[in-house]
Structure formats: C-alpha cells, structure tokens
Design a binder for this molecule. Structure first.
Ligand code: PSU
Ligand code: MN
Length: 317
C-alpha cells in the first residue's frame, strides 16, 4: 500500500510522510509506554528524549498513537504533550483499532498496534522497550499470550527491544517466536536479555555485532519473501541494568497480587509492570529509561544502515 492509498484513519506528519517517500531512515516508536508505562511528566520527557536520540543518529522518529480516532505517525510537540497527559487513554492493540477509530477514541499503541500501522506505512525499523509474550502460568491463572507475538509473525520490520518483559515466561516466549519464524538476534550477545537484566540464561537464535550486520540479515530475510519481523535484542546498558535477583522477588510478589486481585485481559501487563516498578523503586525506572534510549539508538543506526544499502524489494514493497 502506498501512502496515498492509506485509510483516512491513518495520518502521517508532513515530516514522516516526506521521509517515507524519500526512503530516508525512519524509526517507529510505540506509545503504550507513554500512556500506560510511565507517569507524567517522566513519560513526556522519555518520549522527547527518544525522538532526540533518533534524530541524533540521523533518522526521523515516528511515534505512533491514536488521537480522536486517527492513527498518527509522528506527533508534533502539542500532540505528544496531550498524549502524555491523557486520562483514560486506551491501550490499543491490533484488535482495538477499529473500535477506537469508530468511537474517535485516543490511546497508546502497543507493540502489536504499532506494528500494524508501521507495516501499512512501509516502515522497516521499530524501537520499543520490551515485547509482550507468553505469560507465566500463574500470572492470571489462565492462558494469556500477547498479541505482540502473532503480529511479529506478519510484520516485516526490524524490532529492537531489550528482550521480552521479565514478568513473562521467557522460555515459552522464545519457543513461540521460533514457531512463528521470527529470528531472535542478540546484539553483541548470545543470550536473550531479560528487560531489566542483561542475561536470562537463554540462547538467542543468532547474534550480530553491528547495525550493518543486522541490516544484512534483514535484507536476506525479506529477500526470501519471509513476512515476519526480525527481533533484535539489545541488552540494557551495564551501568543501568539490574541483577536478576534484584527483580525476581518483586516479580513473584506482583504475580501473586495479580492473582489475588483477579487482574485479567489487557490489564495484566500494565499491572505487573507498575507493581514491579513500585517494588524495586528508582533502580528499575532508571533501567527502563536507559534501555529505551539504548534501543532507540541501535534502531536508528540500523535504519541508517538499511537506507544506505538501497531500496528494499521485499515481499510487501
Ligand atoms: N510498557 C509498559 N506497559 C505496557 C507496555 C509497555 O510500561 O503495558 C505494553 C507494550 O506496548 C506491549 C504490551 O506491547 O504492553 C503488551 O501487553 P499485552 O501483554 O497485554 O499484550
Ligand atoms: Mn494478554
């Protein structure tokens, strides 16, 4: 789909529209972290810092969110401020778009929701903190798999993250990514990071040493007409990362509370992340902010490397 064929509900900013037409490097950024992940004003500061980091690396940031039923690609400063202050913001995954559009609602897009729009726009690189995945069996005493996983299977983008959220069942999440043919590429590591921590004891399926190598893998993947994402896992910076043990007890407690309070559905992930953050204090917030910026940087370098090597003739182009 070209930009001119966009549904009326998708509106790129002039800057993003121009960059996409020129095949300039663009990095998609999610917005649930703004509406549901961090309090005001830290959320606004973080969103601005991520955009600044993307620009510093020579790429154009495209924060994706829904305002009054319109999916925006690239927010101006007033729109970003409004999103950061929104009360009652919806958490918008792929299934939530149509109701949000029809009801002219506003909210943050999850990894799945952001991928949906980024794919339609022909974007190739996306930065986030950590993806959703398979929840631990005790999390809600029920079957719970994030829509992020099936959306990764059908979205040809490089998704840079610090692994999956540590509240999840990481071995099961990796198995599911394997089933969905999503390469899990460790950036300068052979180990799958665990969001706040640099290690999980679990292996990735490949490793890359540079943005150029990531770009080469992406090209080869899409040249094979595979439609899935490549998940690049970037460990949090050593100075901000937390040891496993520092987080594990907080996760156990948060899971028990979610259980006791019968938290269900899309409320599970924001509840668990907020509780872990409260229980571990400033340290986890610091790690979270540091890894988000770290991911924005690597995503931008990858977008530049992809743009330098010419147009993509992947399956969706
Ligand atoms: N960051 C947060 N809170 C969140 C999320 C990110 O601090 O809730 C979102 C991400 O956007 C991710 C989503 O895609 O949680 C996964 O939620 P679920 O498990 O309901 O699919
Ligand atoms: Mn769920």
């Amino acid at each position: 789909m070209s930009l001119s064929e966009f549904p009326a509900s998708i509106i790129p900013s002039p800057e993003v529209s121009h960059a996409l037409k020129a095949a300039a490097p663009v990095v998609a950024l999610e917005s649930t972290v703004i509406t549901h992940g961090l309090p005001y004003p830290e959320n606004l500061q973080l969103a601005q810092d991520m955009e600044t980091e993307v620009r510093r690396q020579g790429a154009i940031p495209a924060t994706i969110a829904v305002l009054d039923g319109q999916a925006r690609l690239g927010l101006d400063s007033a729109q970003l401020e409004r999103l950061a202050r929104l009360s009652g913001a919806r958490k918008i995954s792929a299934r939530d778009f149509a109701p949000a559009v029809a009801q002219r609602a506003s909210g943050g897009t999850t990894v799945a929701g952001t991928l949906l729009i980024a794919r339609l726009a022909g974007m190739r690189v996306f930065a986030t903190g950590g993806i959703g995945g398979v929840h631990r069996a005790q999390a809600a005493q029920q079957f719970d798999i994030s829509a992020d996983l099936p959306q990764l299977a059908v979205s040809p983008l490089v998704v840079v993250c610090a692994g999956a959220k540590a509240i999840l069942d990481l071995p099961a999440t990796l198995e599911m990514l394997e089933t969905l043919s999503v390469p899990v590429i460790g950036y300068q590591t052979g180990e799958f990071p665990a969001f706040y921590s640099r290690s999980s004891g679990l292996p990735v399926s490949a490793r890359a040493e540079s943005p150029a190598e990531i770009a080469a893998m992406a090209r080869a993947h899409w040249a094979l007409r595979l439609e899935s994402a490549l998940l690049v896992t970037n460990p949090p910076p050593p100075e901000a990362a937390l040891p496993h043990e520092a987080v594990d007890a907080a996760i156990e407690q948060a899971l028990a509370e979610a259980n006791a309070q019968a938290i269900r559905g899309q409320a599970v992930t924001p509840f668990l992340l907020a509780r872990v953050s409260e229980l571990t204090g400033r340290a986890s917030l610091r790690a979270n902010l540091a890894l988000l910026l770290n991911n924005a940087r690597l995503a931008s370098q990858t977008a530049c490397a992809l743009a330098e090597t010419g147009p993509l003739n992947g399956a969706t182009q």
